[in-house]
Design a protein around this ligand. Structure first.
Ligand code: MD3
Ligand code: FE
Length: 208
């Protein structure tokens, strides 16, 4: 379903087996070195969702090849199968003409416990207009999809559930968005995850 121009929500895109496989991979990636970390913003704040990156390391507000705000280890590689997954996601959600020429080369994986949230923001550190692919695992969250002008209304609240795909292309790529809350205890029992995980796949537009 198109939530806004270029923003398409595909519920249940990942079946149970693919959700379990993706969760297993995320747990591996979360281990040190270059594992899960708390993100600190330049203003002195901390993000409540913890994060691990693949391919390029995101820190507020740029990309690096090492964990400059953590253990300084080289960022873990971005596997080719995630590029394939992202391309299939964009083709399914937006159509084959929306699949970018450049490969997907960044994964940002956010881990939310019951109290974690993400404030309204725009993602502007990539040098590519390629659609962003978002995959959700575990607890349902309220995802707030806003406008390109302000971090306030008008916005639309959408529930994102385990296995859901959301693709943000075209004008939606620069829209404000956030996660005002996670709904604890809503993860499917067979997944074995407490809390919520979100994986975004992106094209950096940066020199390899
Ligand atoms: C719209 N993540 O990683 S997913 C982020 O659930 C981020 O962890 C949230 O916002 C999460 O930057 C929301 C949906 C999402 C992700 C990236 C976008 C929406 C987006 C990039 C551009 C526009
Ligand atoms: Fe974002």
């Amino acid at each position: 379903a198109e939530a806004a121009p270029g923003a398409v929500h595909v519920p249940h895109w990942l079946d149970a087996d693919r959700q379990r496989a993706l969760l297993t991979a995320c747990r591996e990636w979360a281990r040190p070195p270059a594992g899960l970390r708390t993100v600190r913003t330049p203003g002195g704040g901390t993000m409540t969702a913890r994060q691990v990156c693949l391919g390029w390391h995101w820190y507020p507000y740029a990309y690096a090849r090492t964990v400059v705000d953590g253990d300084n280890a080289p960022v873990k590689p971005f596997p080719a199968w995630l590029d394939e997954l992202a391309r299939n996601a964009v083709a399914d959600a937006l159509g084959p003409e929306a699949v970018p020429g450049d490969p997907y080369d960044i994964a940002l994986i956010n881990f939310y416990d019951g109290d974690a949230r993400m404030g309204m923001h725009r993602d502007g550190d990539e040098r590519s207009e390629a659609p962003v692919v978002s995959l959700s695992l575990g607890d349902t969250c309220v995802f707030r999809f806003g406008n390109t002008e302000t971090r306030t209304r008008p916005y639309t609240d959408v529930e994102l559930r385990s296995g859901d795909l959301f693709v943000f292309g075209g004008p939606s790529r620069l829209a404000f968005h956030g996660v005002p809350r996670v709904l604890p205890g809503t993860a499917p029992a067979w997944l074995g995850l407490t809390g919520r995980l979100n994986i975004t796949l992106r094209v950096s537009g940066l020199a390899a």
